[in-house]
Write a protein that binds this ligand. Sequence first.
Ligand SMILES: NC(=O)c1ccc[n+]([C@@H]2O[C@H](COP(=O)([O-])OP(=O)(O)OC[C@H]3O[C@@H](n4cnc5c(N)ncnc54)[C@H](O)[C@@H]3O)[C@@H](O)[C@H]2O)c1
Length: 378
Amino acid sequence: MATLKFQDESPFVGIRTRHHHSTDFRYTQFLKGLSHVEIPPKPLRLALFGLGRAGSIHLANIVANPQLDLKYIVEADKTKWDSFRAKWGLGDVQFIEPQDSKAVFESSEVDATLIATPTFTHENLVLQSLLGNKAVFCEKPISEDREGTRRCYETAQKAGQPLFCAFNRRFDPSFREVYERTRTGDVGQVLLIKTTSRDSPLPTLEYLKTSGGIFHDCAVHDIDLVTWILGEYPIEVHSIANATIPEIRNINDFDNVVITMKFESGTMAVIDLCRFASYGYDQRLEVFGPKGMLSVQNDHPTQSYFSGNSGVSRSPIYHSFPSRFLHGYQLELEQFIRVAQGSEENPVSSQMTLAVSKIATACEESARSGTPVSLNWN
Ligand SMILES: NC(=O)c1ccc[n+]([C@@H]2O[C@H](COP(=O)([O-])OP(=O)(O)OC[C@H]3O[C@@H](n4cnc5c(N)ncnc54)[C@H](O)[C@@H]3O)[C@@H](O)[C@H]2O)c1
């Protein structure tokens, strides 16, 4: 038999020296759960602000995480309280209205706050939390403008508490793998990095009106991803944008954007954004260099295919951020717990968040003026 010569020793030989590949983060989590060696630190006592799209993702992860002890939920819409309490078994959690938030900031029973309210409320909640000596996890963006973001970080420094900006894409296992392989030189000096971010479903007009605009609401994620992977900030940006959806045009925002960036090292970046892709939440990344290309393609909820006489088809890509970035949100929250408990450095530094905000502002300025904008980092 032709392959008999390849017969190896029994698979039982050396079985204990074999390990799973580091990319199988779910198996790593499984092993952590199985371990009886480590005694975990005391749970972090938390207050959650906002039970909307982002807040409900975080709530699911909080409830599932034994390292968190949820003490308060602050939610402006009282009609949500009973159903959330019943659905998630939150009998011991105190629900309060925003005007009573002082109870959270002054409580000695709360170590940290997680802020997932509309963007215009962030700065005040971040500042009050820090003045109350809490660690803060805040949804992006930290504030509506750069000055507000700076005020928040200065207060965090004075309070000696971490302010963690939730750039969740960094925690997506696929994007993180690209980051790590770029940093170990797999593609060599990066010539071009490209992201595609097309939203799905179309957000509500109510959300869009308070979102801060596509540059500060959406582009910040891509700008963070690009600059995080490269470890460099652009010296020039040039954007073009249009608003093809009349309702978006009427609120002076855009729904399609292309951003190009030039870096001192010679690397170039292209970010392609859209508010609405009819086929699902389109999230792709490519890092190209002389030695190769790293890329992340869209993920599908199922792995089955249909083959018929007109071709092969499969399920659409993930519909939206809660499903596409499910694991990223979990890993992000776990990282925040370690930061708040002091066992790890805050990976999203104030410099990075402020730089992202400065770049997003420059990109918007370029789109509105029609000219490239230079950026100075001295
Ligand atoms: N990282 C991500 O992937 C991601 C995704 C979506 C939204 N976000 C961010 O999360 C934030 C919230 O967005 P969303 O889409 O969840 O909004 P949303 O409108 O769905 O939810 C906001 C919730 O906050 C409540 N609320 C309003 N003011 C409040 C206050 N002062 N105190 C307590 N509750 C209050 C509202 O009643 C609502 O339930 C935004 O800053 C947004 O940029 C991040």
